[in-house]
Design a protein around this ligand. Structure first.
Ligand SMILES: Nc1ncnc2c1ncn2[C@@H]1O[C@H](COP(=O)(O)OP(=O)(O)OP(=O)(O)O)[C@@H](O)[C@H]1O
Ligand SMILES: [Mg+2]
Length: 384
């Protein structure tokens, strides 16, 4: 951790208010820069790059919304939290400034200083949370053949399709043979084994940003799994956590298919997950195995609010109900994917996403809903 004081820039045309605020923040342990006008504020912001900027919107030379727009447009200050500290309490001005790019709007009252001391660390926490890299969604099951890989690929596709700016990556870590490459129709040679054999200084976030193969109609990039057991034996498994972290740095969403492979190697990735999609089917044996898995994960400090159990009716309508599954598992099932008969396998065999092949199907609607819920829940947990 960097222990140097947090640098705050105050832009305030009123000398008395500026000096008072500077003195109080300095007393609170901050290092303070101050400017009496918008123009001087911008120059200081770009030269010194403070961690937080506090602006009284009543500036003689630049309008506050214009000021924040210019800060947001410049690479150096694009993400620096900006707080408006205004002498007028005006809902209209507040909305205008917040939508222009200010993170907070405070009114200069006797409580302003206390509010500021509260708001600054919170905004900085959000910032550092964002720096941890993209959201990590790990797919795990206690039993094979229940749709873990199909759901991982199809939910990732729905997340990718719903956005044009976010970058989505899928990593297949199922050993000894991965299956996502065959689901999406990828046949080239880049996979976890070839990548883990490279020199660690080569597998940087930039390397993954540029070199993970794009899977066109799936809206994500893929780090394919081991193609056969022989290759799996050559996997430098100890490097996987670091590879996942590097990919997280250059993607907004990282989906990992672990299948049933809970091990010493995958546990750190599970513990780092923003959400753990626990896939179960409707047979009592699968639910009971999942309960055993969950009981173990609890002892490994996996928090129940990060677990996202999905009941996949992969085997048809028979079997236990959602309520029974909730009970047996001791966790609330968050979503159910309906039985699709042969259609799911048909889409898989043609390397097409369910949402692309059967757009109006209930399963498609569920997959889209899960994608959007996992994204917002993951984000919400990050911001806590
Ligand atoms: N909701 C569903 N309705 C119908 N078929 C499904 C459903 N979900 C999955 N399937 C089918 O179940 C089969 C197994 O799926 P998948 O390979 O994704 O499971 P898995 O849990 O990853 O298996 P493995 O243990 O081999 O890794 C596939 O043929 C898939 O099409
Ligand atoms: Mg699988």
């Amino acid at each position: 951790m960097d222990e140097s004081p947090i640098k705050v820039l105050i832009i305030d045309a009123d000398g008395a208010s500026r000096n008072y605020l500077a003195a109080m923040l300095e007393k609170g342990g901050y290092s303070v820069l101050a400017a009496p006008s918008g123009r001087e504020g911008l120059i200081l912001a770009w030269q010194q790059v403070p961690q937080v900027i506090v602006v009284d919107p009543a500036l003689p030379d630049v309008k506050a919304d214009e000021l924040v727009t210019r800060l947001r447009q410049d690479r150096r200050t694009a993400k620096v939290p900006c707080i408006a500290l205004s002498g007028v309490s005006d809902a209209q001005e507040m909305n205008r400034l917040l939508s222009a790019g200010f993170n907070e709007y405070l009114f200069k009252s006797s409580q302003a200083l206390a509010e500021l001391q509260d708001v600054i660390p919170r905004l900085l926490m959000l910032e550092s949370g964002a720096k941890k890299g993209g959201l990590l969604f790990v797919f795990l099951s206690a039993k094979g053949g229940i749709g873990t890989s199909s759901l991982c690929a199809n939910i990732a596709m729905c997340v990718g399709k719903a956005t044009s700016t976010m970058r989505v990556a899928v990593i297949d870590m199922v050993l000894p043979i991965g299956s996502i490459a065959s689901i999406v129709g990828y046949g080239d040679r880049v996979n976890i084994v070839t990548v883990s054999a490279q020199n660690p200084d080569q597998t940087t976030p930039l390397y993954f940003k540029e070199n993970l193969p794009r899977i066109p109609t799936w809206y994500f990039r893929l780090l394919a799994g081991s193609p056969d057991p022989d290759s799996a034996n050559q996997l430098a498994a100890g490097r996987m956590a670091e590879i996942v972290a590097a990919i997280q740095e250059s993607y907004d969403y990282v989906f990992v298919d672990l299948g049933r492979s809970l091990s010493r190697i995958s546990l750190p990735i599970i513990q780092k997950a923003d959400l753990l999609a626990l896939i179960l089917s409707t047979d009592a044996a699968a639910v009971s195995l999942t309960r055993t898995l969950w009981d173990y994960l609890k002892t490994q400090r996996v928090d129940s609010q990060r677990v996202y159990p999905i009941l996949n009716r992969a085997i048809g309508l028979e079997g236990i109900t959602k309520a029974e599954a909730d009970d047996l598992l001791g966790l609330q099932i968050r979503a159910t994917v309906p039985y699709m008969g042969g259609n799911f396998a048909l889409a898989n065999n043609r390397h097409e996403a369910v949402a692309a092949k059967f757009p109006g199907d209930t399963a498609t609607i569920m997959l889209q809903q899960i994608a959007s819920e996992m994204s917002s829940l993951g984000q919400r947990l990050r911001n806590q």
